[in-house]
Design a protein around this ligand. Structure first.
Ligand SMILES: Cc1cc2nc3c(=O)[nH]c(=O)nc-3n(C[C@H](O)[C@H](O)[C@H](O)COP(=O)(O)O)c2cc1C
Length: 249
């Protein structure tokens, strides 16, 4: 799928007053996704949205950075480090840093998304999105669109594998997932969790189906916990003689 929707919204005040309370009342943890054109903008949003009932903040740094000619923050390690530092100083909530596959050096960007030891880092860096806040529709989006769905899966899967080998922080895989097999591939490559987007446009009930199929996958292979799949193919842990458990009994 190609999209360029820009997602206009009624702004932060409306979101805080009218939208957050609706979602905070539900039993599932609420993760708020933010996007801004500058590092300061990210920090302001993170600070303003660190509210009771919010479980985590996701920063979508695959959006254009106007301080760097409109390149996505996550396209290089320095701007990733700068925005991550600003975010970490702005909120005590767990932070999810959403990267982009459009970089030439994913391991370096992933490392840059992990603050230095002297900084307080109470949370993992991950890929994910839940609720979006965009301040206004961006006309440039008509010339700079997002590609998603099965076409991106092989690329993102490789990035997840590279990141999982480069950093020791949990990763959420996101890109082209439309079945339990896709989830298994992402988890074997090192993802701790996954996100499903485009597939829900085709099959709105795909999430419970994936969960059921994943349970069946694990059951038939006597895998006690889905989390046992995570990282089974990572370089330091790979042991080909152990992979027979992937075949159904
Ligand atoms: C219509 C549409 C709107 C999207 N809007 C956002 C957004 O506002 N913020 C964000 O971080 N990602 C956004 N994305 C990207 C998705 O969250 C996801 O990262 C991407 O689509 C890859 O996953 P998928 O192949 O499962 O869709 C959007 C994707 C689509 C298709």
């Amino acid at each position: 799928m190609i999209n360029a929707i820009g997602i206009p919204s009624k702004g932060v005040a409306h979101f805080v007053e009218k939208i957050i309370p609706l979602y905070a009342a539900l039993s599932t943890p609420l993760v708020i996704s933010i996007s801004a054109p500058t590092a300061d903008g990210f920090a302001c949003l993170a600070r303003d949205l660190s509210l009771p009932g919010v479980a985590a903040i996701e920063a979508n740094i695959s959006c254009p950075n106007i301080e760097e000619d409109g390149k996505a923050f996550a396209m290089n390690a320095d701007s990733t480090a700068a925005v991550t530092r600003a975010l970490r100083a702005a909120t005590d909530l767990p932070l999810w840093i959403k990267l982009t596959p459009n970089t030439g050096d994913m391991p370096a960007v992933a490392r840059a998304g992990k603050p230095r030891e002297r900084m307080r880092w109470s949370s993992p860096t991950r890929f994910c999105r839940w609720r979006s806040i965009s301040r206004r529709s961006n006309p440039a989006s008509a010339m700079s669109w997002g590609l998603s769905g099965p076409a991106v899966k092989p690329i993102v899967l490789r990035h997840v594998f590279q990141c999982a080998n480069a950093v020791d922080i949990p990763i959420i895989g996101c890109g082209g997932i439309s079945s339990a097999d896709d989830v298994v591939e992402y988890m074997l490559a090192g993802a701790r969790a996954v996100q499903v987007g485009t597939a829900t446009f085709l099959q709105p009930n795909i999430m419970p189906r994936i969960i059921e199929d994943l349970q069946a996958f694990c059951y038939h292979r006597q895998i006690n916990r889905v989390s046992d799949l995570t990282g089974a193919l990572l370089i330091e842990e790979a042991d080909e003689s152990d992979l027979s458990w992937l075949d159904p009994q």
